[in-house]
Design a binder for this molecule. Structure first.
Ligand code: TXE
Length: 469
């Protein structure tokens, strides 16, 4: 059985304990991943701390070139890493799956390598000049989830490295292998100690995020863990970027042509079998359009092949783990017991954590499937009679990562979009993130933004030099 390793100071390390990782589609063993101790975390943080000063002194131009080299390594190893992601995480190679995830990794590496944060004269008059400079923070702890294991890790580590920080990354205990391999490969073009890993569950995450030598925490995961990380950061006062998932509402404006938007709606909700932070998780449809929308979505859902993602024709894979599989099943069972119309599509394999593509009609606010983040392939569809009601419904939860408005008229859609409380409101698309466009949650979906210039600023500390003229 293959054993995978952490990278610390540019070297592959040995661990005393390991866990076996299994393919969620087939149950096959994929190999052993390390389970680290507190001592291992200390060693990794020390490696990152020792490397940070020299990395910060590398010229900005050279760091940009090194990050561009990282993009090249990702490109060259895309097929290998995509295969690992599919076997470990479950999303198919094809469609918006693991090859798509690798393209995103490359894009989200190239863009920061092309950006520069120049000193900014924030004030000047006859008497004074004030210039804001941005410096690295130091050692960044990156805690990644299991749904887009490589892409989200890249979102966390690349801006940090680009700005002269060093990183200790902990992948999710559900999906460590692809990440450990990606980090091993990237290290071929990075100075030793710039990017290190530790592996294990939340206990190791807690040791890392509370470590006194951590200067910044990047976290994507659940709200409850986010709260624990805020508490942990009282140990080191590290600023945190928190992306805590969402329960994104989509509102279809009255009279919108259903067939024209059904494909966009479907993938907006079922991307990665719904295991995406900014997926449509509640769909609000005007009562007059309800039947047409359900028919159009059913037409798309009935044509999407489900199965082992290593088979090129499959477009939807399994849930990644038993916890998530059981959670989605429980929420759908609750909806069924409360009178919802549960419509299931797809030939579901008998092994693995597969669930059918599920539209849940006649759903209502207050039901668990509507109010809780399902993070799976089950979309509740809720009728509304007035746009004011639909807007109030969309805004009634504390989750506020994304939202979308679907309409024939862009002008009308923008009016509703401006009333929705979310970090991003999309019009006639959902989850359409871009490496230049800041992304982050409002309310309980977190704080701080990633991507673009704002994302780079989030991994720096500002210092002002104020000169008397
Ligand atoms: O999340 P956790 P889980 C949601 C989704 C899912 C639920 C639970 O609804 O059903 O969260 O998933 C690390 N200190 N999302 O249990 O626990 C952990 O090891 C430091 C939405 O997987 O938040 C992993 O690396 N780290 C989300 C990471 O936190 C800790 C994506 C995320 O795990 C820790 C994933 C601690 N005390 C789940 N405890 C999104 N935003 O897209 C755990 N971890």
């Amino acid at each position: 059985m293959q054993t995978y390793h952490n990278t610390v100071s540019g070297k592959q390390t040995e661990a005393a304990d390991h866990q076996e990782i299994f393919n969620p589609a087939t149950g096959d063993s994929l190999g052993l991943a390390p389970l680290n101790s507190q001592h291992d975390v200390n060693v990794a943080v020390e490696a990152a701390r020792m490397a940070q000063g020299a990395w910060a002194r590398v010229s900005d131009q050279e760091r940009r070139e090194i990050v561009a080299n990282v993009a090249q390594v990702l490109e060259e190893n895309s097929e290998y890493l995509a295969g690992l992601v599919t076997q470990e995480q479950g999303k198919p190679l094809s469609g918006p799956g693991s090859r798509f995830e690798m393209q995103a990794c490359v894009g989200w590496t190239k863009v920061p390598s092309s950006l520069e944060l120049l000193p900014e004269t924030v004030y000047e008059d006859d008497t004074r000049k004030d210039v804001l400079y941005r410096y690295p923070l130091g050692v960044v702890a990156a805690i990644a989830p299991w749904n887009w294991p490589l892409m989200i890790a890249i979102w966390q580590i690349i801006p940090a490295i680009r700005m002269g920080n060093t990183v200790v990354l902990k992948p999710s205990e559900y999906t460590p292998i692809a990440t450990l391999e990606m980090v091993r490969l990237i290290n071929q073009v990075l100075p030793p100690g710039v990017l290190n890993t530790v592996s294990g569950d939340g206990r190791i995450g807690a040791v890392l995020t509370s470590h006194p030598d951590i200067n910044k925490i990047m976290f994507t995961g659940s709200e409850s863990t986010g709260r624990r990380i805020i508490e942990a950061s009282s140990q080191n006062l590290a600023p945190i970027t928190l992306e805590l998932g969402g329960n994104d509402a989509a509102i279809i404006m009255p009279g919108t042509e259903a067939a024209a938007i059904s494909e966009g709606l479907f993938w907006g909700a079922f991307l990665n079998a719904g295991q995406t932070c900014a997926c449509i998780k509640r769909l609000y449809v005007h009562e007059n359009d309800y039947d047409a929308v359900v028919t159009a979505l059913s037409d798309v859902a009935s044509q999407v092949p489900i199965g082992d993602g290593m088979v090129e024709s499959n477009l939807i894979g399994p849930l990644q783990n038993a916890m998530q599989y059981n959670k989605v099943k429980e929420l759908v069972a609750d909806a069924r017991a409360n009178g919802c119309d549960v419509m299931e599509f797809g030939d579901v394999p008998s092994t693995g954590y597969f669930l059918p593509l599920t539209l849940v009609g006649n759903a209502r606010d207050g039901q668990r499937l509507v109010d809780e983040e399902q993070f799976g392939p089950a979309l509740p569809i809720i009728r509304y009679s007035s746009l004011d009601d639909a807007t109030a419904s969309a805004n009634r939860l504390s989750d506020a990562l994304g939202a979308s408005v679907w309409a024939n008229s862009l002008e009308q859609a923008e009016t509703i979009a401006s009333k929705l409380e979310a970090g991003t409101v999309w019009v006639n698309q959902h989850g359409a993130i871009h490496p230049m466009v800041p992304f982050g949650g409002n309310k309980a979906s977190g704080y701080g933004v990633e991507f673009g210039m704002e994302g780079l600023k989030g991994v720096t500390q500002s210092r002002v030099i104020s000169i008397k003229k």
